[in-house]
Ligand binder design. Structure first.
Ligand SMILES: Cc1ncc(COP(=O)(O)O)c(C=O)c1O
Length: 385
C-alpha cells in the first residue's frame, strides 16, 4: 500500500476525455428546448436541422474542407467501418494494406472484409519501435490489384507513434491507391488541413477531444461516393440512416472549435507535462524504458506516454495498485482500458513480457502535481517487496 495522501488522478485521456463545460452549455438547448426531429419539415424540425448543418459547416471550416465531405456517425468505430466497407462495396477495392498495430476498429474490419469478400490483405512491416516501413509499403503498393486501399493511422492510440500522412498519402496516390487514416487520437490535438493533406477518408470521435461520447464523423473526399454503412432513412444525405444524435453533433462541433482555438496553448502545456513525467520517471525508476517512439517528443503524440517498467514479480497488479492509489491509467488500448493484458500493439513490438506496461495519457485538465503524485506512487510500487 502507498502512504500518500489520496488524490484522484485521471491519466487515461486516450481512452476518453472529460466533457468541457462549455461544450455541455452548447448542447443544453438541444436537450431541453429544440427537440424536433431534424427530418421533419415543420418549424420545430427545421430549427434542429439548422443546428446540424451549422455544426457540419463548423467542422468543415476547422478542417479546411467543404461541408459536403463531412458525415456524422455514432463515433470513431462506425466511421472507420463505414470508410473501409464503402471502399470495398462501392469503390471496388480488392487489396487492403494496413498494419498489425491499428486500432481494432480498423484491424478487425479489414480482416472481416478480406475474409467475406476474398480480398487480399497485406500488413506493412514495422521497424523496431513500431514505425511504418515505407519501402515495404511501396513494395506492397506494386502488387497488381483492381483497386488498393491503404489504411494507416495517424497516431497510435497505445504507444503514440506518429505516422507521416503526407508521405504515406503521396505514396498511395502515386500508385493510384486510396488512403484512409484513423485520426481519432490526433483530431483536435494536431492541426489537420484537408486542403493540403493527400487523404481520401479520415475520422473523428468527439469524446477524444473533450466532447460527448457516441458521436463522430467521417470525411469522404469529394471525388468519392460510397454506399451507406447504415441503411434506413435519407439522413446524412443518404449516407447514414437513423435520426441524428443532434446534441452530440452540436457538442462535437463546439468541442472541435474549442480544441482548435486552444490547440497551440494546450500542446505546449501538455508537452511540458509529458516531458516532465519522462524526466521524473527516469530519475525515480532505474531501468525504466518507453514503448514505441513515445519518449521522442517529435515523433510521437504529446498526449500519450507508454511506460515500459523494469521486470518485477508484481507487474501484473500495477494497474490495480495504481487504481487503489486513485490513479486511472491503462495497460492496453482504450477499449481494454483497466486491463493489463492482451495488447496486440505491444505484442508486435517484441518487448520483454516480464516488463509491465502502463499507458498514461494527458489532457488540458492535468497538472504537474498529478504527475508528481503518479510518479511517486509508481516508483513506490516498483520497489522490491
Ligand atoms: C485510434 C482509435 N480508433 C478508433 C477508436 C474508436 O473510437 P470510438 O470510441 O469513438 O468508437 C479509438 C478509441 O479508442 C481509437 O483510439
Amino acid at each position: 500500500m502507498i502512504n500518500l495522501p489520496l488524490m484522484k488522478v485521471y491519466l487515461d485521456n486516450a481512452a476518453t476525455t472529460p466533457l468541457d463545460p462549455m461544450v455541455f452549455e452548447a448542447m443544453k438547448p438541444l436537450m431541453l428546448k429544440h427537440f424536433g426531429n431534424p427530418s421533419s419539415i415543420h418549424g420545430h424540425g427545421r430549427a434542429v436541422r439548422s443546428h446540424i448543418e451549422r455544426s457540419r459547416s463548423k467542422v468543415a471550416a476547422l478542417l479546411k474542407t467543404s461541408p459536403g465531405e463531412i458525415f456524422f456517425t455514432s463515433g470513431g468505430t462506425e466511421a472507420d467501418n463505414s470508410a473501409l466497407s464503402g471502399c470495398v462495396n462501392t469503390l471496388g477495392v480488392d487489396h487492403i494494406i494496413t498494419s498489425k498495430i491499428e486500432h481494432h476498429a480498423v484491424l478487425h474490419t479489414a480482416e472481416l472484409l478480406a475474409q467475406r469478400n476474398r480480398l487480399k490483405l497485406s500488413f506493412v512491416n514495422l521497424k523496431e519501435a513500431g514505425q511504418i516501413h515505407l519501402e515495404h509499403l511501396e513494395m506492397l503498393l506494386k502488387i497488381p490489384s483492381k483497386k488498393t486501399l491503404v489504411s494507416l493511422m495517424h497516431a497510435n492510440n497505445e504507444i503514440g507513434n506518429l505516422n507521416d500522412l503526407e508521405k504515406i498519402g503521396t505514396l498511395a496516390h502515386q500508385h493510384e491507391a486510396l488512403f484512409h487514416t484513423d485520426t481519432i487520437q490526433t483530431m483536435g490535438h494536431i492541426d489537420l488541413d484537408l486542403s493540403l493533406l493527400p487523404v481520401d477518408f479520415l475520422v473523428g470521435s468527439a469524446h477524444k477531444f473533450n466532447g460527448p461520447k457516441g458521436v463522430g464523423f467521417l470525411y469522404v473526399n469529394y471525388r468519392h461516393k460510397i454506399n451507406p454503412f447504415i441503411n434506413g432513412g435519407a439522413q446524412e444525405r443518404n449516407m447514414r440512416g437513423g435520426t441524428e444524435n443532434v446534441y452530440g453533433i452540436v457538442g462535437l462541433a463546439k468541442a472541435l472549435e474549442i480544441a482548435c482555438e486552444e490547440l497551440e496553448v494546450q500542446k505546449a502545456q501538455i508537452k511540458k507535462l509529458k516531458k516532465y513525467m519522462i524526466d521524473q520517471l527516469m530519475k525515480k525508476i532505474p531501468g525504466v524504458q518507453f514503448n514505441g517512439q513515445c519518449a521522442d517528443l517529435n515523433q510521437s503524440l504529446y498526449t500519450i506516454l507508454n511506460v515500459c517498467l523494469p521486470p518485477t514479480s508484481h507487474n501484473e497488479m500495477l494497474l490495480f495498485n495504481l487504481d487503489i492509489s486513485g490513479i486511472s491509467a491503462s495497460g492496453g488500448s482504450a477499449c481494454s482500458s483497466g486491463s493489463n493484458i492482451g495488447s496486440h500493439v505491444l505484442a508486435e513490438l517484441n518487448r520483454d513480457p516480464k516488463r509491465g506496461a502502463v499507458r498514461f495519457s494527458f489532457s488540458k485538465y492535468n497538472n504537474l502535481e498529478e504527475i508528481d503524485y503518479t510518479v511517486a506512487a509508481l516508483s513506490k510500487l516498483m520497489r522490491p517487496k
